[in-house]
Design a protein around this ligand. Sequence first.
Ligand code: ATP
Length: 352
Amino acid sequence: MHGVTLTDVIKKYGETQVIHGVDLEIANGEFCVFVGPSGCGKSTLLRMIAGLEETTGGRIDIAGTDVTHEDPAERGVAMVFQTYALYPHMTVEENMGFGLKMNGHPKAEIKAKVAEASRILKLDEYLSRKPKALSGGQRQRVAIGRAIVRDPDVFLFDEPLSNLDAELRVEMRVEIAQLHKTIGATMIYVTHDQVEAMTLADKIVVLRKGYIEQVGSPLHLYDDPDNKFVAGFIGSPAMNFLNGTVTNAGVHVPAIDQTIPVTVAAMPAEGTPVTLGVRPQDMEITAVGPLTCDITEHLGGVSYLYLDAATGERLVVEARESGRNDTSGTVGVTFDPACAMLFDATSEARIR
Ligand SMILES: Nc1ncnc2c1ncn2[C@@H]1O[C@H](COP(=O)(O)OP(=O)(O)OP(=O)(O)O)[C@@H](O)[C@H]1O
């Protein structure tokens, strides 16, 4: 396999360990997204693959070669950063070709490679402009172009869209997906935006506190999360979690004053506290129940209803916009018990 392999990779800053023995295989040509909350170690792991951070323990292989202690330039990777770091006094064309020029590549070859990158990224009409005469999205395309001309085995992206406004983010997200389709290279992409992760990734790696929580395709993580953390992180709005207790009829959930006939193979003993998880999309509002509607957000096609329970727990329900989501007074919720997931109240592991 000629992708990227991490074997028991560890990072320490002095006495502080921030990456705790990560094992991961990224196949050749795969689009892999590292996702997780701030401080979970995504950027550190990416920078270790790039060779910008020293690896304290374990091994990193790229394209079949152990690169753990190689210089960044020897690894066959190209990185695109959040800040584009373009040279302000150079044109787009010069910016894209600069790395190759420094490495002594012949002029004709540089011109051809820049032309090819410019064609892929639709930058032809901007080649003679300076960065200050470009929009944020165009600048980021130049930064990507600078990576493309180096023809790397692996592209590394560190939150490349986080400086762009919402509309441009969506546009560039689609362009990056197209780029991956066009050139088919292995790409590793760091973001804390789960929508970016869901839409771009072949494979998502969910990180938390320097550990991998779960690895899988976007839909696999959405449909079959291993624990409450992954279930809550993947999916928007986030999954609802409610406290419950196992009874002989299923799981009693005080917040909604219902016993849900959940069937899992490994049902804990009666009386065991558990957490019940149901996605906002899987719930429906009913006319009668113990929940108070706090706020309704109308998004056009759908609306989100924020409900308060007497237990202090909150729920979000996604409703199809009908123009008559009358939510004055109290309401209830209903859902197919087959949609509900159960988690251990203490360890937060999924109970299947
Ligand atoms: N030079 C350093 N010295 C000590 N600790 C560090 C250093 N750099 C990063 N860390 C710690 O390593 C952990 C991982 O940081 P990292 O930047 O990789 O997180 P991240 O997931 O990329 O977060 P963010 O989304 O906020 O960028 C954090 O707890 C951070 O405080």
